[in-house]
Design a protein around this ligand. Structure first.
Ligand SMILES: *[C@@H]1O[C@H](CO)[C@@H](O)[C@H](O)[C@H]1NC(C)=O
Ligand SMILES: *[C@@H]1O[C@H](CO)[C@@H](O)[C@H](O)[C@H]1NC(C)=O
Ligand SMILES: *[C@@H]1O[C@H](CO)[C@@H](O)[C@H](O)[C@H]1NC(C)=O
Ligand SMILES: *[C@@H]1O[C@H](CO)[C@@H](O)[C@H](O)[C@H]1NC(C)=O
Ligand SMILES: *[C@@H]1O[C@H](CO)[C@@H](O)[C@H](O)[C@H]1NC(C)=O
Ligand SMILES: *[C@@H]1O[C@H](CO)[C@@H](O)[C@H](O)[C@H]1NC(C)=O
Ligand SMILES: *[C@@H]1O[C@H](CO)[C@@H](O)[C@H](O)[C@H]1NC(C)=O
Ligand SMILES: *[C@@H]1O[C@H](CO)[C@@H](O)[C@H](O)[C@H]1NC(C)=O
Ligand SMILES: *[C@@H]1O[C@H](CO)[C@@H](O)[C@H](O)[C@H]1NC(C)=O
Length: 509
């Protein structure tokens, strides 16, 4: 420490070329995420709870004129919601505190259209409070959705009054329930609805003032952006770089949202929202998607540098339905089964070059086998060939590639590919891609080889790799056959459990 200080002050007076005792890390390339954005990204997935009067009226967009007394979830248990989230690998939950119909799941002082006008808990209930306590108890992060569009409130359409009303409600939500990790602003608004201006700058500033750690979601950020579709699918090129000023809330260009912007000057990674069922609210007639379908969405969201926000709507009893719990369990089991064992984990590695001096573990290629993004391989600076050779020591079959960048250093990679050495001694390309970001997952037909070469073809700055894994996914294939015979997901559990069992027995041999 002292030496470095001496060296630093010395070099200020007498500039010298080699100062540091150790090669420091490369410079980050801007833009880079805030600490809250990194934490948000590390959580990978969140559960969305759409719940309110719509749950009881079999509707998606309530009119705002339904009698509040329809809201009567006799067995409401937010501990169950949070437990379901936690058990299936979701550490963040987001609740629609107020949807477009204007009904508030907490006793707001600015309207009567809320839980206080119902017989649920004799009008003294507060769903937001119950969920916040359950989430806190379980160590799960809480986010809240407060719809800007309000079909009940009389002052909707009067710009000043409604902005005051909205911020009044927002302040209640951000000051009564402890730490709020995300605030979700939906850009939706019905055709022909009254024209009015939302004071987004005031909203965002006030949210960050009350909850400095909160991530704000909207079509245009500031902290996370909508992916631009409700299928949960990101672009196969997906930058966290973006220009907030190039996106307009409520009127986005889906192509720009899905792909981000390689020359964007803001860090605004995307969130992929999708419902486990056809609708966002619970409907007795609807069934959840299959676990395999969720796995496919996972590849196209979490596997494309985004956070997956999966809606699992509580039913009219106030509980998550058994069918949904079953699918979530299977989804979690699938992920565990595929991703728990990196088939490249015992590989002998050599890198085209490595930053720093030989034996400096900070930039060592073997860092790519350490979980997480806080260690990485860095190549020597100013070279233009970037490759990692993996000798797996035996022939291995696989069909999934996982790559991660240490995003706190900026998103760098623009193009990469994977090659395998075939039996004739020729290198053959297996798969190529563009962006990586926090995490890229690519699924391709089975290949088998002992020697792999991961090559970065193009990068905004020296590419840094924090994780590389290969896996065998036997399920996506199993199900594509299964799906053809029963598209409605009647019950895939048995097939799935059998396949999982078969897979884990093979893997452990
Ligand atoms: C609520 O759900 C939790 C978790 O499933 C359960 O342990 C608890 O008994 C339930 N509470 C009530 C009152 O049913
Ligand atoms: C609700 O009110 C009724 C009638 O006033 C009372 O009998 C009942 O105990 C109350 N229930 C709760 C949960 O407070
Ligand atoms: C985003 O901003 C950068 C300048 O910071 C600019 O080069 C780029 O063209 C912008 N993107 C769009 C879509 O306007
Ligand atoms: C809601 O889900 C629970 C299981 O958690 C189930 O017992 C209950 O019957 C469901 N309610 C409705 C209305 O389907
Ligand atoms: C790395 O390994 C590959 C084969 O796996 C070999 O062709 C290459 O020469 C090796 N590079 C170095 C620098 O050892
Ligand atoms: C790398 O390139 C930059 C810019 O061209 C230059 O300033 C730097 O000295 C180079 N570093 C090395 C180690 O060659
Ligand atoms: C993959 O490689 C092919 C052949 O070189 C090229 O045409 C294609 O654009 C590449 N795709 C990506 C995503 O880089
Ligand atoms: C599906 O099958 C599993 C295993 O046989 C069973 O436990 C589960 O109850 C079934 N689920 C439905 C919704 O029928
Ligand atoms: C699991 O293995 C058994 C016995 O080898 C086989 O009959 C069955 O088809 C396999 N199931 C799946 C889903 O792969």
């Amino acid at each position: 420490m002292n030496l470095i200080l001496v060296c630093l002050s010395f070099s200020l007076i007498f500039p010298i070329s080699h100062c540091a005792l150790q090669k420091p890390p490369p410079l980050p390339i801007l833009p880079i995420p805030t600490a809250s954005q990194v934490q948000w990204q590390l959580s990978s997935m969140a559960l969305f709870f759409h719940f309110g009067t719509n749950t009881f009226t079999d509707s998606e967009w309530g009119t705002g004129r339904v009698d509040p007394s329809v809201f009567n979830p006799t067995r409401l248990n937010t501990t169950q919601w949070v437990q379901v989230a936690k058990d299936s690998g979701f550490n963040r939950v987001i609740l629609t505190a107020k949807h477009h119909d204007g009904f508030c799941l907490w006793p707001s002082e600015y309207t009567e259209y809320s839980v206080k006008s119902t017989s649920w808990r004799n009008g003294s209930g507060d769903v937001v409070k119950e969920l916040s306590l359950a989430a806190k108890e379980a160590g799960v992060d809480l986010g809240l959705y407060l719809s800007p569009w309000d079909r009940h409130e009389g002052c909707y359409g009067k710009t000043l009054e409604y902005n005051e009303f909205y911020l009044g409600q927002m302040t209640e939500l951000l000051t009564r329930y402890g730490e709020i990790k995300e605030v979700w602003l939906d850009g939706a608004k019905g055709e022909g609805e009254k024209d009015m201006e939302y004071f987004f700058d005031s909203w965002f500033s006030l949210i960050h003032q009350h909850q400095p750690g909160a991530i704000i979601f909207s079509d245009a950020g500031p902290d996370t952006r909508w992916i631009g579709d409700e299928a949960g699918v990101a672009g196969s090129t997906c930058w966290s770089l973006f220009n907030r000023s190039s996106a307009q809330i409520g009127n986005t260009d889906p192509i720009y949202s899905q792909g981000g912007d390689p020359s964007g000057h803001d860090w605004v990674p995307a969130e992929c929202d999708v419902s486990i069922r056809p609708g966002w609210f619970w409907h007795a007639s609807e069934v959840p998607k299959s676990a395999i379908k969720l796995l496919d969405i996972y590849y196209k969201s979490v596997g494309r540098n985004c956070l997956l926000l999966l809606n699992v709507p509580p039913n009219s009893s106030g509980l998550i339905s058994d069918e949904d719990i079953q699918v979530l369990k299977e989804f979690s089991e699938l992920r565990r089964s595929i991703f728990s064992d990196n088939l490249a984990g015992n590989a002998i590695l050599n890198a085209s070059s490595t930053r720093g001096s030989i034996g400096d573990s900070r930039f060592d290629p073997y860092n790519i086998f350490k979980e997480g993004i806080y260690t990485y391989w860095a190549p020597e600076e100013n070279v233009s060939d970037w490759a990692l050779h993996l000798n797996l020591q035996e022939s291995v079959s696989f069909n999934v590639l996982q790559v991660q960048e240490p995003i706190y250093m900026g998103q760098r990679i623009m193009a990469f590919h994977l090659e395998v050495l075939n039996e004739d001694g020729d290198w053959r390309m297996v798969i190529n891609g563009t962006t990586v970001g926090y995490q890229r997952l690519l699924h391709f037909p089975n290949v088998e080889s002992q020697h792999l070469k991961f090559v970065i073809d193009k990068s905004r700055a020296d590419p840094l790799i924090s994780y590389l894994g290969i896996y065998m996914d036997q399920f996506s294939i199993v199900n594509s056959a299964f799906h053809r015979s029963s598209p409605a997901n009647i019950n895939s559990s048995q097939v799935l459990w059998q396949a999982i069992h078969n897979h884990s027995t093979t893997a452990s041999i």
